[in-house]
Design a protein around this ligand. Structure first.
Ligand code: FAD
Length: 425
């Protein structure tokens, strides 16, 4: 019997899902992706009129294209740069969609407004799903039935706002990195950026020539090296009018507080009875960080952070497609729960991490991909991407301002699988 599969979103994760599903077409799959926008690319659509993205004007990738690429589909070979602008990434995703004939499977301007169990009284591993969709042009609302849903709705649009005491009394401008677009708005201003994750560090570098001073406020043990213009200070304790009181007691003043405090997961379309439990920004009860143990026909793709996103999505969607096509059988509920608990131990307890960092995979991302491949009896990917990712991580720590000028080239003859063409000293 034909299995019906819905994919929510046609960003990098949704496109990966479609490529994986296309490859199993002989397994009698009938699939469709719903996408709010009028084009593919998600986050990488700058100023998308149909949805808010967090893309800013001069964003250059923080990973080299050889790390970013989906397995088997490299970025353009005639571009010598390793770190490219957001337009190049969007073009790459469009090329990917065209190359694998994915566009025919996408219904654009269709927003999923609800995913609910078809027959709640018989909830089990063979749940079926009512997916209700609103056409953004006509307003027409339709409901379709599916056997599986791959949730690829992206997780960089709902700002996570810190509860900073007195922030509402601040004299200047407060904004989240989600709304940051261009440094020109901050000419000759003092900007305090809260958070030294990828966005905070990247925006600090973007502001260097325009802002008169930048404070990078964070509680990390190691500080990234950016420039003399950027002063590292501790996290914010509270705000009182003009004064920003830091955790170490120091008081600083700025014109702007820019909250680079990350994003939170949001699944506004999931009906209450099948919404995943989210505790401390951890989406709980996922087998292999992907399959909803309570409803194993729901797959949450791309929730993890501190990863190489596209290769990660690829591993996840290949696994999901293998489960759907019957190539791989999920273990029983008890075993999935046990493995989920073991992973919690590994990612939180053993790493001495707080729960909110559960989805920050870091070095575990490579083991994760290898484990998924192993379960499918497929050869693991080579170490090249991992080696280059780790190398860039070290270079970025040492020089967060200039590392994007580096150029790398993949090379079979080198032991690591890549060579450094140029790196700023
Ligand atoms: P998205 O790109 O957000 O796509 C989700 C899609 O789902 C969207 O098109 C949206 O319209 C659609 N959608 C959502 N809800 C619905 C609904 N209800 N119905 C229908 N459609 C829906 N990654 C890198 O590899 N390198 C980088 O340098 C890098 N830099 C980044 C910089 C910034 C500022 C940000 C925010 C992210 C960056 N990332 C980077 C991470 C990036 O988000 C991922 O690479 C990837 O693009 C995420 O893809 P996604 O498909 O999960 O989500």
């Amino acid at each position: 019997m034909m299995k019906r599969v819905a994919v929510i979103g046609a960003g990098a994760a949704g496109l990966s899902a479609l490529r994986s599903l296309v490859k199993c077409q002989n397994h009698l799959l009938n699939f469709v992706a719903f996408e709010t926008s009028d084009r593919v690319g998600g986050t990488w659509i700058h100023n998308d009129p149909f949805k808010a993205t967090s893309m800013y004007d001069r964003l250059v990738t923080n990973l080299p294209t050889d790390v970013m690429a989906y397995p088997g589909f490299p970025f353009s070979t005639d571009d010598e740069r390793s770190f490219v602008g957001h337009k190049e990434v969007l073009k790459y995703l469009q090329r990917f969609a065209e190359h694998y004939n994915l566009l025919q499977h996408i219904r654009f301007r269709e927003r999923v407004i609800e995913v609910d169990i078809l027959s709640p009284e018989s909830a089990n591993e063979h749940d079926q799903w009512n997916v209700t969709v609103r056409n953004e042009e006509s307003g027409l609302v339709t409901t379709h039935q599916f056997d599986y849903v791959l949730i690829c709705n992206g997780h960089y649009t709902e700002p996570k706002l810190s509860n900073i005491q007195g922030l509402d009394t601040f004299d200047g401008e407060v904004l989240h990195s989600h709304h940051y677009r261009s440094p020109s708005a901050y000419k000759n201003k003092i900007v305090l950026i809260l958070g030294a994750g990828p966005s905070g560090v990247d925006i600090a570098a973007d502001l260097i020539d325009d802002a008169s001073k930048i404070y990078l406020s964070h509680n990390k043990k190691a500080s990234p090296v950016i420039s003399n213009k950027v002063e590292m200070v501790s996290g914010i304790e509270r705000v009182d009018g003009k004064d920003i009181i830091l955790r170490d007691g120091k008081i600083v003043n700025s014109d702007v507080i820019l909250l680079a405090t990350g994003y939170r997961f949001s699944f506004p379309f999931m009906a209450k009875r099948c919404h995943p439990t989210i505790s401390s920004n951890r989406v709980a009860s996922l087998y292999r960080l992907l399959v909803d143990i309570n409803h194993p026909s729901l797959y949450y793709v791309g929730l993890n952070q501190t990863i190489a996103p596209f290769p990660h999505f690829h591993a996840q969607t290949e696994f999901a497609a293998a489960c759907i096509s019957g190539e791989f059988s999920l273990p029983d509920r008890k075993e999935m729960e046990k493995q989920c608990d073991d992973l919690y131990q590994k990612l939180v307890t053993d790493r001495n991490e707080v729960e909110k960092h559960y989805h920050n995979l870091k070095e575990y991302q490579w083991t994760y991909i290898r484990e998924l491949n192993h379960l499918l009896n497929r050869p693991p990917p080579t170490y090249v991407v991992e080696n280059l990712y780790n190398h860039v991580h070290t270079v970025r720590q040492a020089n967060s301002l200039l590392y994007k000028q580096s150029r790398y080239r993949l090379c079979n003859e080198s032991h690591e699988g890549y060579v450094v063409v140029f790196e700023p000293s």
